[in-house]
Structures are given as C-alpha cells and as structure tokens.
Design a binder for this molecule. Structure first.
Ligand code: C5P
Length: 243
C-alpha cells in the first residue's frame, strides 16, 4: 500500500496549521524537514500529532555513531514515527541508530538526487552512481535501516539488483502528469509510483502550492487508487492513523 507523505516545506506555524486543517482525515503522514524544524522545532512536530497525523522528521542525520544514536533517542522523545539519516555515514552509524530502543523508523538516503556523477567522483574516483546507490542501500538495510530514500526511477532497478532483501522505499520526485516540475528532474507520476508499490511517496509543492491543497491531494489519491486498485484506501485514513 502506497502512502502519501505531504512535505510541510513552509516557514510559518500558521501555514503549517492551514495545511494540516485542509488535509485532515485525508493524509496521515507529514514530513517536517530542515526548514520547519530549524525555525519552529518541537512545536512544528506537536502540531502534526495534535491533528492526528504521523511525522517523518527529515533531518538526514550524518555524524559519528554515538551522536546519531543520541539524536534518534531525542527523535523518539519527540514522538516522531520516522527519521532520516545519510547512509554515507556508514554501517556502524546506521547500526548504532538501529540499536536505540524504542525508536522511530529509520529511513536512509543513498545518494542525494541533486548529486551528479562529477560530485561523486571527487570523493570516490572509481565509483559509478548507480553502483554506489546499490551498495549504500544494501549496507543500510543490512545494518538495520527500515527503508531506502531514493529517486522513484531507481526503485525497480534496486529491486532487481537486490532481489532477496525485500527493500522498502520512500521516494520524493513525484509529479502528476502535466504538473510543474519545479526543480525536480527525474520524476514519476503518483499513479506510476502506486503501481510500482512504492511504500511512501513524499509530495510537496503539487499539494502545498496548489490553490486548493485538499482538492489536489484528492486528485492525486484517486489517480493512485486507479493505478493500483486495492493498493491504497484513503477512506481508511483514520484507521491507519491508529497503526
Ligand atoms: O515539493 P516537492 O514535491 O518537490 O517536495 C519533495 C520533498 O522531498 C522536499 O521536501 C524535498 O526536500 C524532499 N527531497 C527531494 N529530493 C531528494 C530528497 C528529498 O525532493 N532527493
């Protein structure tokens, strides 16, 4: 079942409240990222919880193992349901984070989609981008990460390359057909992502910048439902909130 995570890439609590209000009972998951968290911290997280939603805290942790494990402990205290980390931090770092109990889900970034082969070559002259993404996905999963964050265009390839792992995926870069791409380039439509069975899709501007965010979310949800009947049931959003 594909679930939408709405990226709350806004800078004010007021705007966050408006979005939460308009998407209530439709969307369960919300991403609180660097901007909102740096500006408003715990308050931004608490607002989502107060409206009945779940929080993906997208801080992309990357530090020595003990520091990351401590940050994961704090994320658990905040009550968030998932937190992201950079798999480039290494297996020991992911393992230390995974050993925190209880803890939120750990979602690992392979290679930022903003990085080009030339950027990777600077620190690893032999590395090819897809091979690097594959080995990071494998290392992260083996060390205890719960899902891989990558481009939706990499999902089928990674599944073929690592068929035995049963990887789960979280993907940004989702755009309804004909929508403004903004700064995304290798995108996939919500329907394609649902048909592929991607676990979570992170969608920001197509919903948050729409004149009517609720209408935009409803249209995306019905596109996903049509593409993968049974894979998504937005009528049971309230039930899912209690998972
Ligand atoms: O507005 P849009 O749908 O492009 O938002 C996508 C969200 O996913 C943003 O919060 C962005 O920071 C995040 N993201 C991304 N590409 C990545 C990793 C995260 O777009 N590779």
């Amino acid at each position: 079942m594909t679930q939408i995570i709405v990226a709350l890439d806004v800078d004010t609590i007021r705007r966050e409240e408006e979005l939460l209000k308009s998407l209530k009972d439709l969307i369960v998951w919300y991403k609180v990222g660097l901007r909102l968290f740096t500006a408003h911290g715990k308050r931004a997280v608490d607002l989502v919880h107060k409206s009945g939603g779940k929080v993906f805290l997208d801080l992309k942790l990357h530090d020595i193992p003990q520091t990351v494990a401590h940050a994961v402990q704090e994320a658990q205290r905040l009550g968030v349901e998932a937190v992201s980390l950079h798999l480039m931090g290494g297996a020991d770092m992911v393992r230390a984070a995974a050993e925190v109990t209880p803890r939120p889900k750990l979602w690992g970034v392979t290679v930022l989609t903003s990085m080009a082969p030339k950027d990777v070559k600077i620190f690893h002259p032999e590395a090819r981008l897809p091979a690097l993404a594959k080995s990071l996905a494998k290392t992260g999963w083996t060390a205890g990460a719960d899902a891989t964050i990558c481009s939706p265009r990499e999902v089928a390839w990674l599944r073929r390359q690592l068929p035995d792992l049963g990887l789960k995926f979280v993907t940004p870069g989702i755009r309804p057909r004909g929508a403004d791409l903004n700064d995304q380039s290798r995108v996939m439509t919500p329907g394609e992502a649902a048909a592929l069975g991607i676990d979570y899709v992170v969608i920001g501007r197509p919903i948050t910048h729409a004149p009517d965010p609720r209408k935009a979310a409803l249209s995306i949800l019905s596109e996903m439902k049509a593409a993968a009947p049974g894979a998504l049931d937005f009528a049971s959003a309230a039930a899912r909130r209690k998972e």
